[in-house]
Design a protein around this ligand. Structure first.
Ligand SMILES: [Zn+2]
Ligand SMILES: [Zn+2]
Length: 119
């Protein structure tokens, strides 16, 4: 009877040992996985803010406007030069006529802040 119990206890102990080993093994695998996740979730550096300059380019010359930033009635941006170019009378993106002078001071400010932080 007592022997039986000790046998059972031994079995339980070895079971626990096996589980502990599996747990260690799993922990190692989790560590490996999180290292992989960390190294793969770090693609392009986005430090300067110049990366999003594509959104604030002139729709015609694809430059970041130097001076005034104009826009069509649909909000597409144009630099002052292209906007006042007599050969360009419609927005290249949405084809609305560029007969109303709409200036976008918010974008002008963003551009000047961007340039200040980039230099
Ligand atoms: Zn332009
Ligand atoms: Zn437009």
């Amino acid at each position: 009877m007592l022997n039986n119990l000790e046998n059972e206890a031994d079995k339980a102990r070895s079971l626990v040992h096996g589980l502990e080993y599996q747990l260690q093994e799993l922990g190692r695998q989790i560590n490996n996985l999180s290292v992989q996740v960390e190294s793969s979730s770090n693609p392009a550096q986005t430090s300067s803010g110049l990366e999003w300059s594509g959104d604030i380019c002139c729709m015609i010359c694809w430059d970041v406007p130097e001076g005034h930033v104009m826009q069509c009635t649909e909000g597409h941006l144009l630099c002052g030069e292209c906007f006042s170019n007599p050969q360009i009378d419609t927005c290249p993106e949405c084809r609305v006529p560029l007969d109303t002078q709409i200036r976008n001071r918010a974008v002008e400010r963003i551009i000047s802040q961007m340039k200040a932080s980039a230099s």
